[in-house]
Design a protein around this ligand. Sequence first.
Ligand code: ZN
Length: 290
Amino acid sequence: MTWLLVILASLLRLPLPVIADGGPAGEAGPGGGIVIPLSPSAGGAEDGPLPSVTPARGADPPLVVIDPGHGGRDPGASSPVADIREKDVTLALARAMRDALARSGRVRVALTRDEDVYLGLPDRYAVARRLGADLFISVHADAAPANDQARGATIYTLSEVASDREAAALAARENEADLIGGARLSPDPDVNLILIDLAQRESMDVSAEFARLLHREASPVFPFRPDWHRFAAFIVLKAPDIPSILFESGYLTNAVDAEYVRSETGREQIAEGMRRAIEAHFARRFLPGR
Ligand SMILES: [Zn+2]
């Protein structure tokens, strides 16, 4: 399909498509872009209440949506070395990130969940899309039951081809949280697929750029794995129009990491590293002249 993409993009000189959850295909969007209707199943939670957004200074400050992984009936990974569950670690980390960003006041922040509730994977990015998020960060904690020495944070960005078997296995495990009632992005007209593909490619480039920035800003503050940027097909990263990463904060199966991610010190350091990277990302992208 590559040739078709190239021809379409160059012939139409397509603006980045605006992707909407309704309306006829090809309708002009608010910015003059093309509105791509997504199937009702793509959005999920379309009418539910939206989470609150922290205020920030300046005109039209950017919005980051932070997604604490798992929750409710889905506890995520458990730790054999400490009495902690992934869903609690991710919520505490996400709250610390939100609070650090809110104190600084340069960007607006919302959490997909601020309590112990279950959210389907598409519902998580649907919240980000409904709020008009500029960046989406899904927060997790890793587990490697067969290797209790594995340590450090990892940043995942979307790819249909996993970077290795371990990355593929992790994506399969994280995606399992959505086996019940999982909606998928599945618009039927071919042109929608192509336009979504174009938007997704742009988002994937920006996501990878943010992953590098996060490593640069945060690696002096908290530890990363040696191979810190990896790729896999995570459903939660599939909002086609929002740069998205999945952040594995550390290994619950490693005694040092498990203690670190649940400690106040660890939480504050991880939140601080994330704050620096998010602010640097938006400073870079919203600089005048870019
Ligand atoms: Zn997880």
